[in-house]
Design a protein around this ligand. Structure first.
Ligand SMILES: [Zn+2]
Length: 189
């Protein structure tokens, strides 16, 4: 699991707060391996002037935080074996205002919106060039629709998993409650 320290906890924080939420970003593949196998976009390079030949997958990571509607995807550009991350790209499809109001911080709002290299993710010397290629791919609105659909599927699966754990018949077990920052608040250590 990769953790990124950037995204706003959209709509969950008061306007006076400027806290960054630490978001657990998890691969779509973890929840939906069959769909991911069919619907993960790949790009093949042959004889490109800088990027090494090979097939590259656009691995999607979404935020696994319950009650967080951050509406963004992290795209890790992976090569086929030997597997390596070539670029980590943030794509937030809502408006700057959406992310700004969620975080209470205009700078975060600007960073979370659009297609940018993820400042906390692994990159390679090819990252900027790959970013431009991903930007071109994201002009395909069918692909954007697919990402939004995957986001919804992912969030539903996270919620369903949480519900299932909550409903487990386990006597005195009390489900952990989460506060608005998504951290567990009821657990006593
Ligand atoms: Zn989130």
């Amino acid at each position: 699991m990769l953790y990124y320290l950037l995204a706003p906890n959209a709509g969950r924080q008061s306007s006076t707060q400027r806290e960054f939420a630490i978001m657990p970003m998890t691969s779509f593949w973890t929840y939906f391996p069959d769909v991911a196998a069919m619907e993960t976009r790949t790009v093949t390079f042959r004889g490109h002037r800088t990027i090494p030949d090979g097939e590259y997958g656009l691995l999607e990571l979404y935020c696994e935080e319950l009650d967080c509607d951050c509406r963004r995807v992290i795209i890790d550009k992976l090569s086929a074996p030997p597997t390596r991350i070539w670029a980590t790209i943030n794509y937030g499809w809502e408006t700057v205002e959406f992310y700004t109001s969620g975080s209470g911080d205009a700078e975060i709002g600007k960073q979370a919106q659009g297609i940018v290299l993820e400042p906390f993710g692994p990159q390679s010397p090819y990252a900027n060039e790959l970013l431009e290629i991903v930007k071109a791919i994201l002009e395909d609105e069918h692909y954007v629709d697919r990402l939004r659909r995957h986001y919804t599927m992912f969030k539903d699966a996270v919620a369903a998993g949480h519900e299932a754990r909550r409903n487990k018949p386990r006597g005195k077990h009390e489900a952990p409650r989460r506060n608005r920052h998504g951290t567990r608040s009821a657990r006593k250590s």
